[in-house]
Design a protein around this ligand. Sequence first.
Ligand code: SAH
Ligand code: SF4
Ligand code: F3S
Length: 438
Amino acid sequence: MSTGLYKILVYGCQMNIADAERMEGQLQAAGYARTEEMTHADVILINTCCVRETAEDKVYGKIGEVKKLKERNPRLIFGIAGCMAQKEGDNLMRRAPHIDFVLGTGKVQELTRIIGEIRAEHSPVVDVTLSDQTIAENLPIARGGQFSAWVPIMYGCNNFCTYCIVPYVRGRERSRAPEEIVAEVRRAAEEGYREVTLLGQNVNSYGKDHKQADFADLLQMVDAVDGIRRVRFMTSHPKDISDKLIETIKNGAHICEHIHLPVQYGSSRILRAMNRGYTVEQYRARAQRVREMLPEASLTTDLIVGFPGETDEDFAEMLSFLREMRYDAAYTFLYSKRSGTPAAAMAEQVADEVKHARLNALMQEQNTISREINEALAGAEVEVMVEGASKNEPSVWSGRTRTNKIVLFPHGAEQAGDFVRVRITQPQTWVLKGEIVT
Ligand code: SAH
Ligand code: SF4
Ligand code: F3S
């Protein structure tokens, strides 16, 4: 018997998607069914992100929308989970009293119990206690994808980059036991998943706490699971990427040749102020090692402009570093002040217009590079996992290469989930267009 309908909105990174899949799993186990329409839902949950102010603004907008629904349907249960819940706690309820519960990042496993409590007692609940030890295992998972599964391998972060809120809202690094991870991957493979992405804020420090396996060992174990054809992982912190790991990727049968290796900035002065734990020279040496040992691999990065104290000289260094690295793609962000982090208290915050101008310059430079790299793939044959119809053109399939590039090609006899060979005919900046090789 169904107890009602739920709608979960998810913001932020893949870790938040993975957490939301565990929330959905619990709701479904408790008899709830999913609805796409907020207006039909008996339970609305927002899994939030606070990494930048823009992420928080979006959530406040949605919280406002739900107020009207709640006025129409007082039985509607409305909860806020995730990083912003962790950061703001009961402030959220003071600001928006129509919220019924606030659930911190370490409390995913409490979801249905708390909803039950609210149904019985109608009193609001805030639980944001963050335990640095416990990892909730064996939660039911309702995965969003059909062929591709997110698998968290560790939670939290110990790095405290000076701009970043994540360590405060996700707690200290804790790694899942390797056998739990492998069991989850095995179950996913049995359910038909062909690709897994191992998730952590810094996967390269996996296992430093329990010492049962390091990240390279774990990759080998996952690589060996029957039925899994692609193993992806993110995020690799540049300070911890070992030769053993690069070697493991090279020798793996299914480990994809794509490394997301966020540099964040291209001058050592700013990297030091960011507390990233490496200089430009050290990063360059690690990236060169990757390029030597994995010449086929794609390399992507994250970049922040407008960090406090950034000068024109720093920015010029950044641009030239970008040209030198020739990343396949870069995610570029405007520095966003996060209260409570060391950088927020730094003098010399950069003016908005300057930040925007630098962001534009950076994006233009990267677009040119991405386009050149992709153009070199014209005529190449690549392995693509068919993921589904393209959003804009239903008669076109969308899939990805092992190097994580999006490929679009006209439908043939293949099905979603198939692995096919595609010849690239029209490379573009963001996608590669091609045709099936028969
Ligand atoms: N653990 C990952 C990234 C997690 S957050 C890593 O270390 O690479 C994802 C990205 O958001 C970061 O790589 C960074 O580029 C960006 N980011 C984090 N805090 C930010 C802030 N205060 N302002 C702008 N971008 C930020
Ligand atoms: Fe944030 Fe740095 Fe941790 Fe990444 S490594 S989550 S950027 S503190
Ligand atoms: Fe955002 Fe939390 Fe991820 S702050 S980026 S959802 S870890």
